[in-house]
Write a protein that binds this ligand. Structure first.
Ligand code: DGL
Length: 271
């Protein structure tokens, strides 16, 4: 086998605090079906959204080192909170290319908004970091951003309450103010929110563009691998799943996020 081919056969490492990042993995596997993928869900430490930058960066660093040991060719931080807190640190300290999810969603939103009023929803950590606003302003500093942390959305999705009256009411309480600000675009700035997309649409109406960045992230991965001549273009793809706790639960709930059955999940210690 040629040296290049061996290099390109290495997997893409993807990680999140838990299941949510599987929505990003799903988009990557659809766009790049030949790529080998390794997913790490930090189920022992979820949620990241209410934790500090320091602790999330410590977790993210340990996971990235684990992925590098497993010979990945690049790392995708599929978690919005970890992207907001730890991308810059990992880019400097991890020896393979690292991308997060904030830039792709920000650029998509900036390109979509007509009235330059964009809503951003995410975890407390993501919203406090202002990472989306900073990225959007880099693209066009005339865009006004209005953000809102929606901490109840993650447990709702984990319980499978993706729709129904209670979920609609909660969405309405969180998003009413953003709608009143006349936003024409809203970023789903959290891995779990794509599963609420239809219900969010029902509550806020069809006129507001909903940006789900998973596809944009997959495109960014494709661009990076193409530039670095690391794309894998033939052969059957293999997927591996690792968690820091509860492999059985990950199998059951994760299949819903990924959109296909997860057969084997391995529990590993990264501390
Ligand atoms: N993965 C997190 C994110 O996208 C949501 C879940 C958590 O708080 O850990 O921000």
């Amino acid at each position: 086998m040629q040296e290049n081919q061996i290099k390109n056969n290495r997997a893409i490492g993807i990680f999140d605090s838990g299941f949510g990042g599987l929505t990003v993995m799903s988009a990557i596997s659809k766009l790049l079906p030949k790529e080998n993928l390794i997913y790490f869900g930090d189920t022992a430490h979820v949620p990241y959204g209410s934790k500090s930058k320091k602790i999330v960066t410590e977790f993210a660093t340990k996971i990235s080192k684990f992925l590098v040991k497993n010979n990945v060719k690049m790392i995708v931080i599929a978690c919005n909170t970890a992207s907001a807190f730890s991308l810059d640190y990992l880019k400097k300290n991890i020896k393979v290319p690292v991308i997060g999810v904030i830039k792709a969603g920000s650029v998509m939103a900036a390109q979509n908004t007509k009235n330059k009023r964009v809503g951003v929803i995410g975890t407390e950590g993501t919203v406090k970091s202002s990472a989306y606003e900073k990225e959007i302003k880099k693209y066009d500093n005339k865009i006004n951003c209005f953000s809102k942390a929606c901490p109840l959305f993650v447990p709702l999705v984990e319980e499978g309450w993706n729709n129904g009256k209670i979920t609609e009411d909660i969405i309405n309480v969180y998003l009413k103010n953003l709608v009143d600000k006349k936003i024409d675009t809203i970023i789903l700035g959290c891995t779990h929110y794509p599963l609420l997309k239809e219900t969010i649409k029902k509550v806020i109406g069809n006129k507001i563009n909903i940006i789900d960045s998973a596809n944009a992230v997959a495109l960014a991965v494709q661009t990076l691998l193409t530039e670095k001549k690391l794309l894998r273009t033939s052969g059957k793809a293999a997927y591996k799943f690792y968690v820091s706790d509860g492999p059985q639960k990950f199998k059951n709930i994760g299949s819903k996020f990924l959109g296909k059955k997860i057969l084997t999940v391995k529990k590993v210690e990264i501390d």
